[in-house]
Design a protein around this ligand. Structure first.
Ligand code: PGA
Length: 259
């Protein structure tokens, strides 16, 4: 049984006080016992990760995640943050290869392969994002695109991929991100099953069965219940709906019920 994950991707949102208020309210509203059944991750802006570690803001059992992490441990890379620095702040996860990074910062598969390696080497669990654009979906190219993006993972040395719970994938169709247009359960299940087959080719069936694959793209409390029931959907990577406490708590409850 894979334990579901609900991960909040706050992107470039919220100021310090908003973060503090969110977490206080979240602690009040999170039902008792739910964290035993769902892994919860919050990925705020890197500017706020230190609040989580220094102020001990997060409830026990809720992990901090970064939205990106560099391929080197240190060096002349202005503006970047390394996996080693994130580990030092007690960060547990890092989103790698989000489509907004691929699109606005031209992150290539080769760069992402480096980021995956560095993240795993430092003991930071990557949430590795893949997903096709609308043209690819319409042109019947979805699985080809996903296959190419998964190549970044094939470049990862086997010794870094020992523990399947240290790797998380997120299928995020680009056309569904922030658009209100969610994938159908059939589309999600087909893509997730394909990704699991790719994982199985990489490291064997038993290992692949233990890797969590999240769906992302316009997840809301209204559509999440059906998505999480898909056999290969193990949770959600959530942008917009994770910015509101009530919706985020609801998503966690839905994942707990589906588990
Ligand atoms: P969304 O974003 O939930 O706002 O569509 C998801 C994501 O970008 O990870």
């Amino acid at each position: 049984m894979r334990k579901p994950i609900v991960a909040a991707n706050w992107k470039m949102n919220k100021l310090k006080e908003d973060v503090r208020e969110f977490v206080q309210d979240f602690k009040r509203k999170l039902p008792h016992g739910v964290l035993g059944r769902v892994d919860v991750v919050i990925c705020p802006s890197v500017a706020h990760l230190a609040l989580f570690s220094h102020e001990g803001l997060l409830p026990v059992g809720v992990a901090a995640g970064a939205q990106d992490s560099h391929w080197e441990d240190k060096g002349a890379y202005t503006g970047c943050v390394s996996a080693a620095m994130l580990k030092d702040l007690k960060v547990r996860y890092a989103i790698i290869g989000h489509s907004e990074r691929r699109q606005h910062f031209s992150e290539s598969n080769a760069m992402l392969a480096g980021k995956l390696r560095a993240s795993l080497r430092s003991g930071l669990a990557p949430i590795f994002c893949v997903g096709e654009r609308l043209e690819a979906r319409d042109g019947g190219q979805t699985m080809n695109v996903l296959g190419e993006q998964m190549a970044a993972l094939s470049d990862t040395p086997a010794e870094l991929l020992g523990d399947p719970t240290q790797l998380v994938l997120a299928y995020e169709p680009v056309w569904a991100i922030g658009t209100g247009k969610v994938a159908t359960v059939e589309q999600a299940q087909e893509a997730h099953a394909f990704l699991r087959r790719q994982l199985s080719t990489l490291r064997g069936e038993a290992w692949a069965q233990d890797v969590r694959i999240l769906y992302g793209g316009s997840v809301t409390p209204e559509n999440f219940g059906a998505l999480i029931k898909c056999p290969d959907v193990d949770g959600g990577l959530v942008g917009g709906a994770s910015l509101e406490v009530d919706k985020f708590v609801k998503l966690i409850e839905i994942a707990a019920q589906g588990a």
